[in-house]
Design a binder for this molecule. Structure first.
Ligand SMILES: NC(=O)c1ccc[n+]([C@@H]2O[C@H](COP(=O)([O-])OP(=O)(O)OC[C@H]3O[C@@H](n4cnc5c(N)ncnc54)[C@H](OP(=O)(O)O)[C@@H]3O)[C@@H](O)[C@H]2O)c1
Length: 274
């Protein structure tokens, strides 16, 4: 188990424990709510040229941030995303982009410093850039390829944090885009992604413990149709197969998670009575 094909089926079939799927901000989290305003805040989003990072950047512009800066390697994506972010903004949010390879600490620091030179202290870091990494079973996957996922999902998060902290303004906030995949039973073939995202999760947990003044939130967005999941479009062509696996896996996965939850509760009950 764990081949690329098996991974695609398993991943496409991942169940959800929530009844409602959202594809845009719903009223509770609407960036237009005055109490959620980011007025006066300078925000940097890594991987903000595409997908989830771009959507986060748009939401910050809609909530009135002073500036939103996006960082990535492909300038064409950054240019088109900057336009979309500026067009979506409702106030006078400044939109900047910086081309940088986040796996390189000097490149990352130069990007953050040049943003701060233009806008001042940075208040919010969205550590969002990530890759899926090589798919393959632990027993035979190419280890150098697995380490490449660690390079982006772990090293780049370290680099972004270390570039951000010396430039951070008052009440600094870090939001890390992590993944539900680190909390559910193994998805065979996905070791590069899940192990590296779990390592990043721990890094932010330590950062929070060591720096109580930082507000750090780690989010798990669920499965979203972005470039990281381009293979899903392929799978959509085989609708019957997808639906079959969806129902089958949804039930078994939900049961597994529910069982784990119940055994955890039982354990807590036992320890309380013992
Ligand atoms: N989509 C999902 O279903 C899902 C689910 C859970 C979690 N996530 C997480 O969400 C985050 C965003 O992913 P996405 O789904 O929006 O996919 P995406 O569109 O592929 O976004 C990844 C971003 O990371 C940037 N990036 C990759 N390598 C980089 C590097 N070396 N230096 C700088 N930037 C780099 C990419 O830009 P360049 O290639 O131009 O550099 C791209 O903008 C990731 O952390 C992912 O793990 C996604």
């Amino acid at each position: 188990m764990g081949s690329e094909e098996e991974f695609k089926i398993e991943m496409g079939a991942s169940g959800s424990l929530t009844k409602i799927y959202h594809n845009k901000p719903y009223p509770t989290i609407s960036p237009f709510r005055p109490e959620l305003s980011s007025k006066g805040k300078n925000v940097v989003v890594t991987g903000g040229g595409t997908g989830i990072g771009k959507a986060i950047a748009i939401a910050f512009a809609q909530s009135g941030a002073a500036s939103v800066s996006i960082v990535g390697r492909r300038e064409d994506r950054l240019v088109s995303a900057s336009k979309a972010i500026a067009d979506a903004g409702v106030g006078d949010t400044r939109v900047l982009y910086r081309v940088a390879d986040l796996t390189d600490s000097s490149s990352t620091q130069a990007a953050f410093k040049s943003v701060a030179d233009e806008v001042g202290k940075i208040h919010v870091l969205i550590s969002n850039a990530g890759v899926l990494g090589k798919i393959g079973p632990v027993a035979s996957v190419n280890v150098d390829s697995v380490m490449k996922a660690f390079d982006l999902n772990v090293r780049s998060a370290f680099n972004a944090v270390q570039a951000f902290l010396p430039l951070a303004g008052n009440e600094p906030v870090i939001i890390s885009t992590n993944s539900a995949a680190i909390h559910i039973p193994p998805i065979p073939g996905a070791i590069a992604y899940t192990a590296s995202k779990l390592a990043a999760y721990k890094m932010f947990e330590y950062l929070a413990a060591e720096n109580p003044e930082l507000r750090i939130v780690q989010i798990q967005p669920g499965v979203v149709a972005t470039e990281i999941n381009e293979w899903m479009a392929e799978q959509d062509r085989d609708k019957d197969r997808r639906e079959y696996y969806y129902c089958h896996k949804k039930q078994s996965r939900t049961r597994t998670v529910a069982d784990q939850f119940v055994s955890q509760l039982n354990f807590q009950d036992n320890s309380a009575s013992g």
